[in-house]
Design a protein around this ligand. Structure first.
Ligand SMILES: C[S@@+](CC[C@H](N)C(=O)[O-])C[C@H]1O[C@@H](n2cnc3c(N)ncnc32)[C@H](O)[C@@H]1O
Length: 135
């Protein structure tokens, strides 16, 4: 599982502890301080299958995930974009190349969890449209 823009990492740690699945969990976050703190927590909790990485997910997701030998079964993207004004669109995390890369790397039956503010849902839906049409 990969959590994009994982922030403090609380969701990923909670999910890893409660999902009951033995799989690897990776949090990608662009703010290094948050990554260091989340990694400190997983070390304290001895959750050896949870890892946090300092990365710009928009730019590096494909490279990171394509080098992972296991299947990608779940991607979560929770409140990634507070910028809903048009002039901020270029700063959005969820851009078309990232959506394409998620779809191309998900295993058969893989899932995407998304949570966005209502004002953002239309914009985000546009990025997924081509895949909805394929269903
Ligand atoms: C609104 S916060 C949500 C944090 C977390 N997902 C949650 O639900 O609590 C958005 C997070 O995405 C991170 N972020 C923004 N752009 C990013 C990018 N290109 N790559 C990785 N993380 C990014 C921000 O630093 C921030 O921690």
């Amino acid at each position: 599982m990969v959590d994009i823009g994982c922030g403090s990492g609380r969701f990923l740690i909670w999910h890893a502890k409660n999902s009951g699945k033995s799989q690897n969990y990776l949090g990608l976050e662009i703010r290094q301080k948050l990554v260091e703190r989340a990694q400190f927590w997983v070390n304290e909790l001895e959750l050896m299958y949870v890892y946090f990485m300092f990365a710009n997910a928009t730019m590096s997701f494909e490279k990171i995930i394509s080098s992972y030998p296991g299947p990608l079964s779940l991607v979560s993207i929770l409140c990634p974009d507070p910028h809903f004004k048009k002039r901020h669109h270029k700063r959005r995390v969820l851009q078309q190349p990232l959506v394409d890369s998620i779809i191309n790397n998900l295993c058969l039956g893989g899932q995407v969890y998304q949570f966005h503010s209502p004002s953002f849902v239309f914009l985000i839906s546009k990025a997924w449209t081509r895949y909805f049409q394929m269903l």
